[in-house]
Design a protein around this ligand. Structure first.
Ligand code: ZN
Length: 318
């Protein structure tokens, strides 16, 4: 059975210490703090610690002394790393040259998808926070309303439009992901046009502006599978900041009286649909690539299945 009642990437909470973000002395205090640590990010990739003793992989949290200084700094919060008191941790975003000076070995810089499968719950929380903030800054150098340059304030949690003196906040884009079952408790899986053949997962889609989550669930399933669902229930959420998604997991049932065999893929986003029983999943073997354990899709599917999924083929890593 799954080890936790919460999905991967959603199990630990960082003390984000938000009150410190507006403290004008925060940066100077951080620079003078012997316990302070930096999580370097480069091109959306997280630094992994070197583990020569064979212990489990972890994020590369390093002391700020000796690091290249001119870069984006964002305060992530207070993290217990086993010292007398929690360490303040900053995200720092580095360019190619600075990243190579910190760690030249490319394999130690990992995208969130690869890193998440290796690191523990606390590091997953830190990683999602860091990658989300770094992606927001990268995508929002200018004011979306007037196009003027913006500057970073509030320890990296706000950008301010210099022309309008207007504050801009990091954004999060909600998306629903839905485990649909029929009256025989079979689960509906789809194969997305962007994926390799034989990879199947839960249906998902972005919540549209002005739309409640429950309606987004019904609309997405109608659009992608051509069927009506009801009995929509929220399950859990998982941050997926690539670049800014928050996955909201729901269960839904095929609407009473509806015929499961009428499910049809939309042919654009979803190319193939299958209703699978637990026996089908158990016997699928090589024929079917199911979502991996770090995705909320894999976690939800595993809960429905009642055991670890038999076919845990990782996504192509890059
Ligand atoms: Zn502006």
């Amino acid at each position: 059975m799954p080890e936790s009642s919460l999905p991967p990437l959603a199990r630990a909470a960082i003390d984000r210490d938000a009150a410190a973000r507006t403290d004008p002395e925060r940066e100077a205090r951080f620079d003078a703090d012997a316990a302070a640590l930096v999580l370097p990010v480069h091109d959306g990739r997280l630094l992994l610690a070197e583990r020569v003793d064979g212990s489990a992989p972890a994020l590369g949290l390093i002391a700020p002394s000796g690091l290249p200084r001119e870069t984006l700094r964002c305060y992530l919060g207070l993290v217990d790393v086993g010292g007398d008191r929690p360490s303040p941790v900053e995200l720092r975003v580095y360019d190619d040259a600075a990243a190579a000076a910190i760690e030249a070995e490319e394999g130690r810089w990992a995208l969130l998808r690869r890193a998440a499968a290796l690191i523990d719950d606390r590091d997953q929380a830190l990683a999602t926070e860091a990658v989300a903030l770094a992606a927001w800054h990268e995508a929002h150098p200018f004011c979306p309303r007037c196009g003027s340059a913006t500057e970073v304030t509030d320890a990296g949690w706000v950008r301010r439009c210099l022309a309008e003196d207007r504050q801009l906040f990091p954004r999060t884009d909600p998306a629903v992901i839905v485990l649909v079952t029929d009256d025989d408790d079979r689960v509906l899986l789809g194969s997305n046009a962007l994926w390799e053949q034989r990879r199947f997962s839960l249906l998902a889609g972005f919540v549209e502006p002005g739309e409640p989550l429950e309606h987004a669930v019904v609309r997405e399933i109608a659009e992608e599978a051509g069927i009506a669902v009801d009995r929509v229930e929220y399950v859990a959420s998982q941050p997926w900041p690539v670049p800014a998604s928050l996955m909201l997991g729901f269960r839904a049932r095929l609407a009473a009286g509806a015929d499961p065999s009428t499910a049809r893929p939309d042919g654009e986003e979803i190319l193939e649909l299958r209703w699978l029983s637990r026996d089908d999943v158990a016997e699928a073997g090589e024929e079917l690539f199911l979502p991996t354990g770090t995705s909320i899709a894999g976690w939800m599917l595993e809960h429905w299945y009642g055991a670890p999924l038999p076919s845990d083929v990782p996504w192509p890593s890059s």
